[in-house]
Design a protein around this ligand. Sequence first.
Ligand code: BJW
Length: 315
Amino acid sequence: MTMPHNDVAAFHDLLRRITTASTTANGTPRPARILALCGAGLSAASGLATFRGSTASLWHTRDPIKLATPEAFTADPGLVWRFYAYRRHTALNVQPNAGHRALAALAKGLPEGSFLCLTQNVDGLSPRANHPPESLRKLHGSLFDLRCVNVDRKTRGRPRCDYVVQDDFSDPLCPALSTAATGVDETAAASGAELPHIPVNELPKCPKCHGLLRPGVVWFGEALDPMLMVGIGKWVAADTIDLMLVIGTSAEVYPAAGYIEEARDAGAVVATINLDAESPAGLEALKPGDFAFGGSAADLLPELLEPVIGMANWK
Ligand code: BJW
């Protein structure tokens, strides 16, 4: 039965209204302003694991403190690189899904600057779905960016080498990571085998200074790119926001999750698209006027965004 929170027709009415008829206080046309926050659930239908929740999720069997913190990388860069080599390989071997494509089409179908898509995903699937880069912000970086960790101890960690590369799709990145990339190491470890330690000199090396490279992702305890944050802050503060789409994220990780309340404070109706959106806990968290659509983002986004993106087959 359709409830107010999952009424697709009412959501379509809202989308049509804000994308066709918005005007400013003095009557001049004002483009709709839509913000989206995406998480791992968006890529789940492509075959990538989420971080939390199901028994197949990444953090279900692994300790994030041992893999996704700068301290973990300092303690054992080989262990951390094994994890990221596997993630890079897996992400490169799946395809963007209809949800990524629908969001890319939304970005293309709205006036420039009126849609901002904040993705926490580092898997490169939104760029591969041709999401226009102007409207996409990769909050937690990318598995395919690399940077040098050759820091100057005398200047309290300021980088001594500024080498950064984007979109390096080499797989594996180096011979020592080949069995990790394809999952052979993971399978061996699961059956109790002790994996050999990978020495630093066998890990990805900076072509500029021969220091150690690290994945260009944001680990726990690390600040998000300050320039990125300033840009997003300016977009959020520029005007009222009509709609906040919260897609496939547990919204547990900050500062990303904080944008939901910021958008609400800026006037947005919040629409959650998540497998769990209509679970008892999901419904309990609903505020009056919110939408919540329980299901796969890959199925729901093409249907929900249809007033802007049309009825093409997004599969
Ligand atoms: C589907 C689906 C389908 C499934 N369709 N849906 C304020 C309060 C409390 C704590 C903090 C705070 N501020 C900062 C913190 C600390 C920390 C934090 O938030 N911790 C919380 C866990 C409590 N934050 C940080 O450390 C951040 N840094 C920071 O704040 O720095 C401050 C600073 C300032 C100045 C100097 C120094 C520091 C950094 C956070 C970085 C997060 N990094 C990770 C790893 C990235 C690299 C990697 O990929 O390995 O990012 S953690 C992991 O979680 C990853 C994700 O991007 C992120 C969010 O996860 P996401 O995407 O929501 O996934 P899941 O699995 O949680 O949820 C999936 C959802 O999809 C579920 O709801 C499913 O139901 C759903 N779903 N299938 C639709 N088919």
